[in-house]
Design a protein around this ligand. Structure first.
Ligand code: WQD
Length: 389
């Protein structure tokens, strides 16, 4: 008999990182429930997850005979909508942990509509945490970002580098949320101790554990797509990020790349980032969940931050060259001025995640580019069916 599978609720599970993580979770033997408001994502991503999982699922599971929603229960719910979230948790008492991706993520846009960012990212997360607490689900893996480091004093960046609240409103939401989650974990220890004492005084058995566990995963720059070519990033409108922008140039939807500044103190003057394959990032979430379980078995709770990156920095021009190799031709670019808020170098020191999560980014830059190109050339319009080949 197969062991009972743990059920993970994934918010934002239809998005780019979310959908790849849902697939890795299924492949790793978890059951998954998805909550997503579809504001910047598509249910089609879950259909693709279903299709890909069908190819590798154990024989006794036969997911091909299920609908996507039977395999992955899906709720089109906004994390701000408390009563709907309550209904999801009430319908699924089997949920043991949450991976929380849902939120707004465009750095530039966040400066124009900061209240939307604070509302969705902060109020939405607080809402989710409160509902989780009510339902005694106190394990969370949270999508943080390398942006919390601001302009770090030391490269590669260790987790002990100060986190600063001086970048975009988007970046600040990640910093504040890390503090909020840390505070919750700290307070929960005291709450649990008090509860245990009350139980002892009343000669009652201890039924709950009020202690929280949280993994704050600081993502560097995710890139690439599923190697099958049927799942990838589907940004709405003109992409803000380098790799999806380059992919749109390659497919002919955009004319040329603007390289934002070549006067940084780096080897070729363009900014250095640590790009990691989205499937490696997805695996980082599975590793974080497993680590929370091991910690629980050892009676360890609390909050821990991990860098998810490769430890290797690439300049913008390195990335252009790598993507040119994948596409087989030279893509046009121009050097323009710096983009506000960019810092010269964000390269991870991933040694803590390597050691404690037993996780390491395995895929190369060329795999990231080849996989991205396979997805983009067959899906020039992402998941929207119009004009795709
Ligand atoms: C990478 C490099 C740009 C576009 C942001 C967020 C981070 C995470 C990922 C989450 C920079 C340069 C870019 C272009 C360019 N967010 N560039 N021309 O800014 O490192 O990180 O996205 O969802 O939290 O901060 O990523 O891909 O935008 O930029 O020259 O058209 O490419 O200046 O040096 P960034 P990016």
């Amino acid at each position: 008999m197969s062991p009972i599978k743990q059920t993970i609720l994934v918010t934002g599970g239809c998005g780019y990182i979310g959908s790849h993580t849902v697939l890795r979770l299924l492949e790793s033997g978890y059951k998954v429930i998805v909550v997503d408001n579809l504001s910047n994502s598509s249910f089609e991503a879950l259909r693709r997850v279903h299709e890909l999982y069908t190819r590798v699922a154990p024989k006794d599971e036969s997911p091909a005979s299920l609908t996507t929603e039977q395999l992955i229960p899906f709720y089109q719910v906004d994390v701000l909508d408390r009563s709907s979230l309550i209904k999801v948790f009430a319908s699924h008492p089997e949920i043991s942990a949450v991976i929380h991706f849902a939120g707004r993520k465009a750095v530039g846009e966040s400066s124009h509509i900061p209240l939307d960012y604070y509302n969705v990212n902060i109020s939405g997360t607080v809402n989710l945490l409160q509902v989780m607490d009510e339902f005694h689900v106190r394990k969370i893996v949270f999508s943080s970002s390398a942006t919390v480091y601001g302009d770090p004093p030391v490269i590669p960046i260790p987790e002990t580098s100060p986190i600063v609240a001086s970048m975009s409103p988007y970046g600040r939401t990640k910093v504040f949320l890390e503090h909020i989650i840390k505070d919750l974990c700290t307070a929960s220890v005291v709450k649990h101790q008090r509860y245990v004492k009350e139980c002892e005084a009343a000669n009652k058995s201890v039924e709950h554990n009020y202690e929280w566990s949280a993994m704050l995963l600081r993502y560097f720059n995710p890139a690439g797509a599923h190697p099958s070519g049927i799942m990838g990033e589907d940004p709405q409108g003109i992409p803000n990020n380098l790799m999806p922008f380059l992919a749109q140039v390659a497919v002919g939807n955009l004319e040329k790349l603007s390289v934002f500044g070549d006067d940084y103190p780096t080897r070729d003057g363009t900014c250095i980032r640590d790009y990691l394959h989205v499937l490696d990032l997805a695996q980082g979430h599975v590793a974080a969940l497993a680590k929370m379980d091991t910690n629980h078995t050892a009676g360890l709770f609390g909050c821990k931050a991990y860098n998810l990156g490769t430890g290797t920095g690439c300049t913008v021009l390195d990335m252009v060259r790598a993507f040119n190799r994948a596409v087989g031709r030279e893509l046009p670019y121009v050097i323009t001025g710096r983009r506000a808020g960019d810092v010269p170098n964000l390269t991870a020191d991933p040694s803590l995640a390597n050691k404690e999560l037993e996780w390491k980014a395995e895929k190369s830059l060329d795999e990231m580019c080849t996989d991205l190109w396979r997805w983009q050339r067959t899906h020039p319009n992402g998941y929207s069916p119009a004009q795709n080949q």
